[in-house]
Each structure stands twice: as C-alpha cells, then as structure tokens.
Design a protein. Structure first.
Length: 81
C-alpha cells in the first residue's frame, strides 16, 4: 500500500451533511466516499487529457474532417432532433 497523506479543505456544511447521509446509506465512512470521488475525478480528467492529446496529434498530422463532411454531419444531426 502506498503512503497515506492527510489533506483537508473547506466545503459547505450542506455538502458534508449530504456526504454523511450517503455514507450511512452505503454503510461506508466519509473518507471512503471522498477517496472514491477523488479517484473517479482524477481518472475522468486523465481520460479527457488523453483524448485531447490524441486530437492534437491528429490535428498536427493534418487529419481533419473536410468542411463538406462536417456540414453533412451537422445537417444530419439537426434533422434527427
């Protein structure tokens, strides 16, 4: 197991109340839920960064959708509404 560090921050009292209610419902403690939330947040943002980097690499390589293809796609999307 990696070294654990304590981190503290301020949050609205209502948020803590909601967190504690959820923790009680799940039979978990606040720390567990906070750790899960932070891990999910970091995973999601890392995934977004990877997608952005992939897009930048594609753009740098000149791999674009043509204007004509994009206009057709937008037209199809508008009709689908």
């Amino acid at each position: 197991m990696s070294e654990l560090k304590t981190v503290s921050f301020r949050v609205a009292a209502e948020t803590v109340d909601t967190l504690d209610a959820l923790a009680a419902t799940m039979d978990r403690d606040r720390t567990y839920l906070l750790n899960q939330a932070v891990e999910h947040y970091l995973d999601l943002n890392q995934y977004h960064i990877q997608l952005i980097e992939k897009g930048v690499r594609a753009a740098d390589a000149g791999d674009f959708v043509s204007d004509v293809q994009m206009k057709k796609l937008i037209t199809r999307m508008r009709r689908g509404k």
